[in-house]
Ligand binder design. Structure first.
Ligand SMILES: Cc1cc2nc3c(=O)[nH]c(=O)nc-3n(C[C@H](O)[C@H](O)[C@H](O)COP(=O)(O)OP(=O)(O)OC[C@H]3O[C@@H](n4cnc5c(N)ncnc54)[C@H](O)[C@@H]3O)c2cc1C
Length: 434
């Protein structure tokens, strides 16, 4: 099955279209093959290119490189999360292990943008976990206690201060963390494509259809050709399951988001000319809302089990309507029709919010499943899985592997029934904040 994305993502539309797109048209072979060219795959390719300048490394994507979730996300490079799946880690020890990984992720992205002088609208403005419900203050107080124990700087805020900072009186309680960065996800992943080393060959619009391993050779079949390789890294995140990778441990979730046009000076004045900010919901199914540097508003308020390969235009329009309502709730003074584009993207979830970082067979490796926080963790895991596949060890690999492994998931149809029920329950609990 081929991945067909909508072509309406604002972050992608902000960029100059790429040229020199190569598609696999005949058979090829390589020492290394990476499937998936998002943050994970591109970081793995960059690292392998540096480690093995004389070897052939191929990276393949089913669509245009970087145009999967890596360009379609909300652009929060997080140091902490309150909800990152269905069962977020709340115990101190597992929470600390998780934030150790986030910390490494932020540093790896920082290192990348410094080394290659990348402009991706990097803003170390922290982020808010906010809710319109005063009673959610309790959840935030408990979260604050955890953050204090782990030494994360933060503030609890209430309506008046939030109205001044965000330009909306919608939120009544919030916790602002100092750490965490807002960025332009499309610019970041584009830079990763632009700096691929010379010995890395990128094939796009070339979907992997199936693969098998016979002794030391891995054969991969694409629509118009085959690639034989010695080592393979699967970096397809939301599509790991469809390729049979750790399929009892992860499942895809489809998210949709919308972005407004740039607010006019008058509209921006009417909401108090706030600085760039990002709000994450207190309850799992609430909305993520962001005011961008260039005065656009982004909203993401859906997460669902959907055909991960495609979302029809009419289905996307339905989700866009709910996002229009979400913006109206927060900014009633703005005109009704200011959403410029809506798009969908696919992520991967595990049951216990752990990630996949593994050798799954001799010479076969996989990294993914970031439960919605893949900007930093994907960049980190991509580099580190390349090192692991080279049979080397690092302090970072030890930190990554100190976390619990993903737990087993029930088979279909029980999995979908369970996930759908949970999503409906969470949606009801978060209704006011979608
Ligand atoms: C709406 C939305 C909001 C999000 N918000 C945030 C956020 O604010 N912060 C954050 O950290 N994360 C966020 N995420 C999650 C984040 O985008 C992902 O975790 C991250 O992009 C994962 O990167 P990746 O490279 O592993 O996967 P992807 O970017 O999904 O790349 C995988 C690639 O594999 C390719 N592929 C799939 N199947 C095949 C095949 N058969 N053959 C060849 N190629 C294939 C796909 O085309 C895709 O390009 C969000 C995601 C979405 C959709």
């Amino acid at each position: 099955m081929e991945v067909t994305n909508d072509n309406s993502c604002s972050w992608i539309k902000d960029l100059t279209p790429r040229t020199n797109i190569k598609t696999l048209q005949s058979n090829d072979d390589s020492e290394w093959l990476i499937i998936g060219a998002g943050y994970t795959g591109l970081s793995a390719a960059r690292k392998l290119g540096q480690l093995y300048p004389n070897q052939k490394i191929i990276i393949v994507d089913a669509q245009l490189a970087g145009e999967g979730a890596s360009s379609r996300n909300s652009g929060y490079l997080v140091d902490t999360t309150l909800n990152d799946g269905f069962t977020s880690n709340k115990e101190l020890d597992s929470y600390k292990k998780k934030t150790d990984i986030y910390d490494l992720g932020i540093n790896f992205v920082k290192k990348f943008i410094n080394e290659f002088q990348v402009d991706c609208d990097w803003n170390e403005c922290g982020k808010y976990f906010a809710s319109s419900k005063i009673e959610d203050g309790k959840i935030l107080k408990n979260f604050s206690d955890t953050l204090i124990k782990l030494g994360f700087k933060h503030n609890l805020l209430s309506n008046n201060e939030l109205t001044k900072r965000l330009g909306t009186s919608f939120y009544n309680v919030a916790l602002h963390t100092k750490g965490g960065v807002l960025l332009h996800p499309g610019k970041l992943v584009r830079a990763m494509i632009d700096v691929l080393p010379k010995n890395v060959c990128l094939y796009e619009n070339s979907s992997l259809l199936n693969w098998n391993k016979n002794k030391d050779i891995i054969s991969c079949k694409f629509k118009n050709g085959k690639i034989k390789t010695k080592k393979i890294i699967f970096a397809t995140n939301g599509f790991l399951k469809s390729l049979g990778i750790k399929s009892n441990y992860n499942f895809p979730i489809t998210l949709t988001a919308s972005m407004t046009r740039t607010l006019t000076d008058e509209e921006f004045k009417s909401i108090g000319e706030p600085k760039e900010w990002g709000v994450l919901p207190v309850r799992p199914m609430g909305a993520t809302v962001r005011m961008t540097k260039d005065k656009r508003i982004l909203i993401r308020n859906t997460a669902e089990i959907h055909n991960p390969f495609k979302m029809s235009k009419s289905n996307l329009e339905k989700r866009s309507i709910s996002q229009k309502i979400g913006i109206r709730k927060r900014f009633p003074q703005l005109p009704e029709d200011i959403i410029q584009s809506s798009w969908s993207g696919v992520v991967s979830r595990t049951r216990n919010s752990s990630q996949i970082f593994e050798k799954i067979n001799d010479n076969v490796f996989a990294a993914g499943c970031y439960n919605g926080s893949g900007i930093g963790v994907g960049t980190l895991f991509g580099e580190q899985i390349a090192i692991k596949a080279s049979e080397e060890n690092t302090k970072e690999i030890e930190t990554i592997e100190a976390r619990n492994k993903p737990t087993w998931l029930p088979p279909q149809p029980f999995l979908n029934i369970g996930v759908k029920t949970r999503l409906i329950y969470e949606r009801i609990r978060a209704k006011s904040d979608t």
